[in-house]
Design a protein. Structure first.
Ligand code: PXP
Length: 261
């Protein structure tokens, strides 16, 4: 199981003081030395994390494949085409969101054109989709190499069931009314969606990655799904690195992935 480490979360701290500290490139080297198989960053339209200069330096210096997450906004697609990372993961993007909240609208105007441009520049295409068979059917119309299944709903159910989240201001409103049994059923249903969608995608010769909200507790059940070849994880690894250092935080995640394949 490969691990892509989303390092753009480092830039949240950098932005807090508007100085180049922590340095994203130093973070990239730490993640690679900890065992990251891929470096993932999100070039957002509002540049709230990395900007094109960061992306350029990462692509120039990175010794493992670089995966840039992006919307289909034409000016962003043009930048990615010039940067030429190994992979572009197309994600839905809303300016007001804290993070990517759901899978891509696969009927979105401009999606086919964005894919075509990226492909012309020999960039591998991944589409970030909800873990549903219908979404796989919709991707058959599109020229994509990989789908990345959104694991956010699974992660939310796991957190509400197995942590103190529901007693904090971060409790998830749509799940707050569920008792333990209902949360358990919800969690199993979300996991089954990921598993069944991965099996269905593989049957149709589509490679499957997954990510969003995965952490050191909930990753194991997803890492056991043999049809998934890669997980992209950011928030939990960068959060842990505050206490352990990034190298060790990545090493620990890699060890978990190895233990569950
Ligand atoms: N995969 C995609 C496509 C994402 O947009 C994100 C969020 O940056 C992740 C994976 C990683 O999510 P998290 O930061 O919750 O681990």
């Amino acid at each position: 199981m490969n691990l892509g480490v989303n390092i753009d979360h480092i830039c949240v701290l950098r932005a807090a003081r508007a100085v180049n500290d922590p340095d994203i490139i130093a973070g990239m080297y730490e993640a690679i030395s900890g065992g990251a198989d891929q470096i993932t960053v999100h070039l957002r339209e509002d540049r709230r994390h990395i900007d094109e200069n960061d992306a350029l330096n990462i692509i120039k210096l990175c010794k493992v494949p670089v995966n840039i997450e992006c919307s289909i906004e034409p000016s962003i697609i043009d930048i990615i085409c010039n940067l030429r990372p190994q992979r572009a993961t197309i994600v839905p993007e809303r300016r007001a969101e804290l993070t990517t909240e759901g899978g891509l609208n696969l009927k979105a105007k401009g999606l086919k054109e964005a894919i075509k441009k990226l492909k012309e520049n020999e960039i591998e295409i991944s589409l970030f989709i909800d873990p549903l068979k219908d979404a796989i059917d919709a991707t058959k119309e599109l020229d994509c190499d990989i789908v990345e299944l959104h694991t956010g709903a699974y992660a939310n159910a796991f957190l509400m069931l197995n942590s103190n989240l529901s007693h904090t201001k971060y409790s998830i409103p749509s799940l707050a009314c569920l008792d333990k049994n209902a949360l358990k059923a919800n969690l199993l249903n979300e996991l089954a969606n990921i598993q069944n969608t991965a099996i269905y995608a593989n049957k149709h010769n589509i490679k499957v990655a997954a990510g969003h909200g995965l952490n050191y507790q909930n990753v194991c059940l997803v890492a056991q799904i043999p049809q998934i070849f890669e997980l992209n994880i950011g928030q939990s690894i960068i959060a842990r690195s505050v206490f352990t250092g990034l190298n060790l935080a990545v090493k620990e995640m890699k060890a978990l992935l190895r233990a569950h394949i």
